[in-house]
Design a binder for this molecule. Structure first.
Ligand code: ATP
Ligand code: MG
Length: 442
């Protein structure tokens, strides 16, 4: 295969979101105006991940291969290096302060001084079996002057920095590496999933004003609080949409696939919003009679679990100390945000103004429509963060990797190549489902 050398310099990034319900690979690059183009998307069913953590290597490797192969076909790009998300209950965050004395008070603070302070943070002791995933600078103090975002160029004898440090279990991170490597890929960096989702759906104004990102996935609900353009708090709650499906399954004694369809087609996060109480008929297993389910009761089951998850979210917001500073409110994304009346439910539980975040907001062109669903917030955000280079201060400059970001144009295929989009399938599926007073689930 001949390699087009010009592509070595082309900044193409692949985000790999290893989620609890789906794995997706998104290929993106900056266009000539600095905006992001999405070149291809691949998605597969995830069966080896539980609550955001890899629990079955083989199944996960297989699903990564499927998603990546689809993204390669879609984009015409041979994928070799990926930016991968990490989440799960094991993720912890803390604040830490670092201080260095500057030996040249007459001179200006140089980037090396700031880097030294940053590097020092990697040496702090973490819980046994955990490691640092991100060291995110918040603000600096030069001598007695606090609240400095960029101290480079200032004079002083003492440089102090506040950092938001994210740690995760080493085994969880290693299992991600193992899966990606076994799938024939290289990990460029691990990125905390709520940070990636934030990059995809939050605006700079919101981050400046004060905002809480809530990504409701299948297995986890991820949180990131920003204020004054600084990351203030991150958290991962080990519950998401899957537990709602489980409640429907057990509550109405239906099969899991029917519970998921019920939730997606007829579900609501707010029982009061269900004005038309349709009765939905679910076929019984084998020759058993069909079950009849009231839409209003379905909404009650969903709402009670969503309220519980959102109480955890509210507790995290309070815990962050920024409850009263969220001028831009809450932005909810992730597949769970696709549940009907989710915005209203979040506002009802938290009392905080809420909007649904779509990842298409920061994209220029390309396959924007294909990724413009809340469930692709993390994958799209991984591309955005990968393309923004060191802006987000990646921590894991891992010795386990030896990454060279080289992409090769797939011989014979092109970016206008086969449009075998799963989104088309999703759209067809949505269109073919009963939308309002439909009464049967096949
Ligand atoms: N239309 C919909 N209505 C209600 N829920 C939906 C809808 N579409 C997707 N979901 C739910 O979204 C969840 C999956 O979201 P997402 O794809 O963001 O999760 P994930 O990234 O695979 O998991 P995680 O981030 O927790 O590891 C599932 O629980 C699914 O039921
Ligand atoms: Mg997710």
């Amino acid at each position: 295969m001949s390699i087009d050398k010009s592509l070595y310099t082309e900044q193409i990034v692949v985000g790999l979101d290893i989620g609890t319900t789906k794995i997706c690979a998104i290929v993106g690059k900056r266009n000539e105006f600095g905006k992001i183009n999405i070149l291809g998307v691949g998605k597969s069913h995830s069966d080896g991940v539980s609550r955001g953590v890899v629990v079955n290597i083989e199944k996960t490797v297989q699903a990564i291969r499927e998603a990546v192969t689809e993204a390669e076909k879609h984009s015409g790009i041979k994928i070799e290096v990926v930016h991968v998300g990490i989440a799960g209950e094991h993720v912890r965050s803390m604040q830490h302060k670092g201080i260095i004395t500057l030996s040249h008070p007459d001179f200006e603070i140089v980037p090396d001084d700031v880097n030294r302070l940053h590097e020092d943070m990697f040496k702090i002791a973490t819980q046994p079996g955990t490691e640092i995933i991100h060291v995110l600078p918040q603000e600096y103090t030069v001598d007695s002057q606090a609240g400095i975002i960029d101290p480079v160029g200032m004079s002083g004898v003492r440089l102090e920095g506040n950092f938001h440090i994210v740690t995760g279990q080493t085994t969880a991170a290693n299992n991600i590496y193992k899966c990606v490597v076994r799938a024939g890929l290289e990990v460029e960096e691990l990125i905390l999933e709520p940070l990636a989702s934030s990059a995809a759906v939050l605006t700079e104004e919101e981050k400046e004003a004060g905002v809480c990102l809530v990504d409701i996935g299948g297995g986890t609900t991820d949180i990131a609080v920003f204020e004054n353009n600084i990351i203030r708090h991150t958290a991962v709650i080990p519950f998401g949409g899957n537990i709602v499906t489980e409640d429907i399954k057990h509550g109405f004694k239906v099969m899991k696939k029917h519970a998921e369809l019920l939730k997606q087609q007829y579900g609501s996060a707010l029982a009061d919003a269900v004005t038309e109480d349709v009765i939905i008929s679910i076929p019984g297993p084998r020759d058993r009679p069909a079950k009849e389910i009231h839409r209003s009761m379905l909404a009650q089951v969903i709402q009670s679990r969503m309220e519980e998850i959102l109480e955890f979210v509210l507790a995290e917001i309070k815990n962050s100390g920024y409850e009263d500073k969220l001028v831009a409110g809450i932005v909810v994304t992730g597949g769970g945000a696709q549940l009907a009346h989710m915005k209203q439910c979040v506002e009802y539980v938290t009392g905080i103004d809420t909007r649904i975040g779509l990842p298409g907001e920061h994209l220029a062109s390309g396959l924007v429509d294909e990724v413009n669903f809340p469930m692709f917030a993390t994958g799209t955000g991984l591309v955005i963060m990968g393309l923004s280079g060191t802006d987000h201060a990646p921590a894991r400059t891992s010795s386990r990797r030896d990454a060279t970001t080289v992409f090769q144009q797939r011989g014979g295929s092109s970016r206008s190549g086969p449009k075998i989009s799963f989104i088309d399938k999703v759209k067809t599926w949505f269109e073919s489902t009963l939308t309002n007073t439909g009464e049967f689930i096949e």
